[in-house]
Design a protein. Structure first.
Length: 71
């Protein structure tokens, strides 16, 4: 898995909570703008496009996405 993409449609999945976050643009690591993924280990996270990560078993982070429920 490469973390080098800076595509704004890249997402980060917290596999422990099944929550999809946006990936921080310009970062080389799997960090999210909301900060929720910043202290998690790499083995708890995966990267793909947001469209690939959003499913019936995942939820969108309310701080990263305006169209979700929020916190």
């Amino acid at each position: 898995m490469s973390c080098l993409s800076n595509d704004p449609m890249d997402g980060v999945l917290n596999e422990a909570s099944n929550t999809v976050h946006k990936q921080e643009v310009g970062k080389q690591t799997l960090e999210s703008p909301c900060g929720a993924t910043n202290n998690l280990s790499k083995d708890q996270l995966s990267q793909a496009t947001i469209d690939q990560l959003v499913s019936t078993t995942t939820t969108k982070c309310g701080r990263c996405f305006e169209d979700s429920g929020g916190y």
